[in-house]
Design a protein. Structure first.
Length: 296
């Protein structure tokens, strides 16, 4: 059966059929999957009951995986190749409402792009649904290419060459979390990211925005923050957003280079929500940036 992509939104998102990700993916099938990701930016695979090993094996087709830092000293529940998008502690019990990990995870409800606060940011992320609450907990995705296209020409010219500083500490301050380990504070200094850039997968211009973006380099702090807030508000207008309603067995892949996303609230004090995320480093494009001597 051929790999098929069925769009789910006018701008971004497609459901993918014709491939079983619990089995090794052929080179030909991966070429089609990668082409669909470059076009649609968000891919939804239903009925894919992946094990951790299977998810890792498929994710590595896209590139090297990030190893997840322990931001606040808590004990890991799953392997370090995964971001634990759950409300469970290391023993599989619901997180205490005042726990550091729960407080840190509140930042996932801000519009963000994975790992934009790292010198080598993310290429794409793959999120596998293992347990889903009966209501709430959706994930929303915004198409930053479509948003760029819709900007007035004057705004596009204004953005040309502008750089924003990104920091995990900035985004988490917005939700009141400050309990980072000293190791994390020393390992993750702020990094510069160009705001308007060309998406390498499609060749289209895109914005690169996130809650991690603190200010515009070289501008007065408050003026730069107003610009970033205005751009995020514009890019997340309903016309640019696809909302995914999870079901167990879904695998969703998104291109972090041209999208933002956020999790939506659910009753995390009483209902379990367990998703495992692998994150692929944008290592190849980082090497190219080094060659060119550019920041983004």
């Amino acid at each position: 059966m051929a790999v098929e992509a069925t769009p789910v939104h006018p701008y971004l998102g497609a459901e993918i059929s014709g491939v079983d990700l619990t089995r090794p993916v052929s080179a030909d099938d991966f070429v089609q999957i990668e082409a669909a990701l470059n076009r649609h930016a968000v891919l939804v695979f239903h009925d894919q009951p992946l094990s951790d090993d299977q998810q890792i094996a498929f994710s590595r087709h896209f590139g090297p995986l990030e190893i997840m830092p322990v931001y606040a000293g808590y004990k890991l529940r799953i392997r370090a190749e995964f971001a634990d998008i759950s409300n469970l502690d290391a023993e599989g019990q619901l997180l205490a409402q005042d726990s550091d990990r729960r407080m840190f995870n509140q930042g996932n409800q801000l519009w963000h792009t994975d790992s934009s606060f790292k010198y080598v940011p993310a290429r794409c992320s793959l999120l596998s649904a293992r347990e889903i609450p009966p209501e709430g907990g959706e994930t929303e995705f915004a198409d930053l290419r479509a948003a760029y296209d819709a900007l007035p020409e004057e705004t596009k010219r204004r953005l040309d060459g502008l750089v924003a500083e990104h920091s995990i500490f900035h985004s988490r301050r917005q939700t009141g979390f400050v309990n980072f380990t000293e190791e994390i504070r020393s390992r993750m200094p702020p990094v510069p990211q160009v705001i308007a850039r060309r998406h390498p997968g499609s060749g289209r211009m895109t914005l690169y925005l996130a809650a991690h973006a603190s200010h515009v380099v070289g501008w007065p702090i408050e003026e730069g923050r107003r610009l970033l807030e205005q751009l995020i508000d514009f890019a997340t207008e309903p016309r640019f957003v696809y909302r995914h309603h999870w079901r167990v067995g879904d695998l969703v892949i998104w291109d972090d280079r041209c999208t933002m996303h956020r999790g939506r609230p659910y009753d995390d004090a009483r209902q379990r929500r367990v998703l495992h995320r692998t994150t692929v480093s944008d290592e190849i494009n980082s090497v190219e940036r080094e060659r060119r001597g550019t920041a983004a």
